[in-house]
Write a protein that binds this ligand. Structure first.
Ligand SMILES: [Zn+2]
Ligand SMILES: [Zn+2]
Length: 373
């Protein structure tokens, strides 16, 4: 079968011909890969900044944002049969008996760092015609979501963040009601999303649909299709070329939530001072090496203490976040059909993958499909 692989030793990214995987344990499921999304992590892997082949291999099959169809199931598989659609999770637990997170099935909170990640860290990924996975790592997808379910994995970042924000917000100020329905959790609160890439846009959709008055702040200037999408979900776009963080704070008032989706440390640090009283600052981006800059830690510390602030980092996601991402995709599709249709920039055959990964991303989410023309 065909697969897209990166060879760190010879610094190559190419389509390879690989033996088909086989079911070897009764709880395994054979998958035919339908859609595989490309993201910034793939670019980092393909520029050799990140990513590790499985032990004994000199290459890594990439791809971690996937939608697949079940083609066969082992004898112990209960939840899936041929024809079902699934989205696999990415991270696999570490082997240490003392890691309470991994032992509880929450490898997104792994303590040891010895986890594997499919398509990223010591495990082949999903940019291949077929893949085999254990049942427990697969999330069922309703057939109606066939066209957009490849967005599930990138959406889980915002879903996990929102569930933690909600937990904290509802347990801190007693005037927020813990019984509030999901779509009204952000009612009366403001959210500022930093970045207009896929993670930022999907984050803005999650926040807007939870009732937050949502702003998106990035470098881009109009006209831009991505800025149009921000307006279409009822959020407000502000360009950093037209307004400073101080201007933003004046315009928005108390900023209850900052959702960082850029991965640029200087930008994030500049945004910290505008976080409002009782505010939560969520970091989702992973910065590469960046130059040292001067900061005013006394001011940051004073703000955090005197304004009851929280700075929260979040990575990867557990089964609950996958389930809520799939529910939200369905909600988004009904509420903003044109926006959801515009999220997937195009489907391309695997031979195009190296150029698409390394080139400048066009549109929101580029997808590799093995049957694309
Ligand atoms: Zn990704
Ligand atoms: Zn662990």
């Amino acid at each position: 079968m065909k697969a897209v692989a990166v060879f760190p030793g010879s610094r190559e990214v190419k389509v390879i011909d690989q033996e088909d995987p086989r079911i070897s344990q009764p709880d395994q499921v054979m998958l035919r890969m339908l859609d595989i999304g490309i993201c910034g992590t793939d670019k980092e892997i393909c520029t050799f900044e990140y990513g590790t082949p499985p032990p004994g291999d000199d290459y890594l099959v990439i791809g971690h944002e996937a939608l697949a169809e079940v083609v066969a199931a082992g004898s112990a598989v209960k939840r899936f049969r041929a024809g079902d659609l699934v989205v696999p999770s990415v991270r696999r637990p570490c082997p240490h008996p003392g890691c309470l997170a991994c032992r509880a099935g929450h490898q997104d909170y792994c303590y040891t760092g010895d986890f594997r990640e499919r398509g990223i860290e010591q495990a082949h990924g999903y940019m291949a015609e077929h893949a085999v996975d254990q049942e427990r790592y697969l999330n069922p997808v309703p057939p109606d979501l066939r066209e957009i379910a490849v967005l599930t994995e990138p959406l889980t970042i915002a879903e996990k963040a929102l569930s933690q924000i909600t937990w904290m917000m509802q347990r801190r100020p007693p005037w927020l009601d813990p019984q509030t329905p999901a779509e009204e959790r952000g009612r009366g609160l403001s959210a500022l999303v930093l970045g207009i890439g896929p993670v930022g846009l999907l984050g803005a959709m999650v926040l807007a649909s939870a009732g937050f008055t949502t702003y998106v702040y990035s470098r881009e200037l109009p006209p831009s299709p991505r800025i149009d999408l921000v307006a279409a979900i009822g959020a407000t776009y502000v360009s950093s070329q037209a307004a400073t963080f101080a201007d933003l704070a004046e315009r928005i008032g108390n900023i209850d939530l900052v959702y960082e989706a850029v991965g640029h440390s200087h930008f994030a640090l500049e945004a910290l001072p505008v976080l409002g009283t009782n505010g939560i600052f969520v970091l989702t981006g992973v910065p590469g090496m960046q130059a040292f800059i001067e900061a005013d830690p006394a001011r940051l510390m004073r703000d955090m203490v005197l304004k009851n602030q929280v700075v929260l980092g979040t990575v990867n996601a557990g089964p609950d976040a996958f389930a809520s991402a799939l529910r939200n995709l369905d909600a988004f599709r009904r509420r903003w059909p044109a926006v959801v249709a515009a999220l997937i920039a195009g489907r391309y055959p695997p031979e195009r993958a190296p150029d698409l990964i390394l080139g400048r991303p066009a549109g929101i989410k580029t997808v590799i499909a093995f049957d694309a023309p």
